[in-house]
Design a protein around this ligand. Structure first.
Ligand SMILES: [Zn+2]
Length: 308
């Protein structure tokens, strides 16, 4: 696509996107495919890349994974414009979710004052009794606790009411989309029974607070988009970010790359003698953006997305 025709070329220079790994494991080729899109599109169309650590899941996130991710980004030559790797190593950071609980607390308070929040004491078993729990399929919450008046001091889990209504957006790759959060997921869990902030609320609050204009991520998150647009609007975001969902890269057997990083982990590829350019080239080839076998230095990622 030529530079002038891409929708991202119409944004004011300095628009922001983000690379937002969860430090619940080390980087693997699936993350690098996402990074190729994020850095490539930002460099091609005048955007900036913000680095965020999505460690809201405190039961799975580990500091050593974060350190490993930062080391791999440095090695790959993927330099964020906002939040460099050294600033994350230095200590508390405005773009690390576990350092910013107050931000999510404030958002919950805002929604609560609007009468949109209730406590939920459902177990997964409670929910499965009302709707079938089909493996691999999203479980739609029935609203069981909405009218039960569960004591907020007794349980930590909170849900936000998703009223009926369609959310429409134009995905930059997939075109016009329409999603109905109430039918898809029901009232949205924003804090779980352990008191942890959920992905949905953390990412929406962060994208607002950090001025993210464009969300570039894998297609597996496409179903979350409508509810995130809705949550953002409930929190006062006037215009949602633009979304681009790229194809998810699967292993030849159809499994997700993250299931076994032994052959796709960046640390393993490094240890095996790969160069950064060969790893970026491999990721770009897996995404179908270049022919296999070509090395691709980080400073050439923009060339994947513009005709020069
Ligand atoms: Zn409930």
């Amino acid at each position: 696509m030529t530079r002038s025709l891409h929708p991202l070329a119409t944004l004011p220079a300095g628009w922001r996107t983000r690379f937002a790994p969860a430090p619940t494991g080390y980087l693997h080729l699936g993350h690098v495919v996402n990074a190729v899109y994020v850095w490539g599109l930002a460099r091609a169309f005048g955007g900036q890349v913000l680095l965020r650590m999505e460690d809201h899941d405190r039961t799975r996130a580990r500091p050593e994974y974060e350190r490993g991710i930062l080391d791999d980004l440095d090695w790959l030559g993927l330099v964020p414009d906002i939040g460099d790797t050294a600033s994350f190593r230095a200590g508390p950071h405005p773009q690390r979710q576990s350092d910013n609980a107050a931000r999510y607390e404030a958002a919950l308070g805002q929604l609560d004052r609007a009468g949109l929040v209730y406590a939920c004491d459902c177990s997964r078993r409670d929910m499965a009794q009302e709707v079938p729990d089909v493996f691999g399929e999203e479980m739609c919450y029935t609203g069981r606790c909405r009218a039960r008046g569960v004591d907020k001091s007794a349980v930590k889990a909170r849900r936000v009411v998703m009223s009926p209504g369609t959310e429409r957006f134009d995905d930059l790759r997939l075109g016009p989309q329409a999603q109905e959060p109430e039918d898809q997921c029901g009232d949205l869990l924003v804090r779980d029974r352990l008191g942890q902030w959920t992905y949905q609320v953390a990412v929406v609050v962060d994208d607002m607070a950090q001025g993210v204009d464009v969300v570039i991520r894998g297609e597996d998150l496409l179903p979350s988009t409508g509810r995130q647009i809705r949550l953002g609007r409930l929190l006062g975001r006037g215009r949602p970010p633009l979304f681009l969902h790229h194809p998810l890269i699967l292993k030849p057997d159809g499994s997700k790359l993250s299931k076994s990083a032994g052959d796709t982990g960046i640390r393993e590829l490094r240890a095996g003698g790969a160069t950064a350019a060969s790893v970026l080239g491999q990721a770009a080839a897996m995404a179908g953006l270049v022919d296999p076998g070509r090395g691709l230095p980080a400073d050439e990622l923009a060339s994947l997305f513009v005709d020069t």
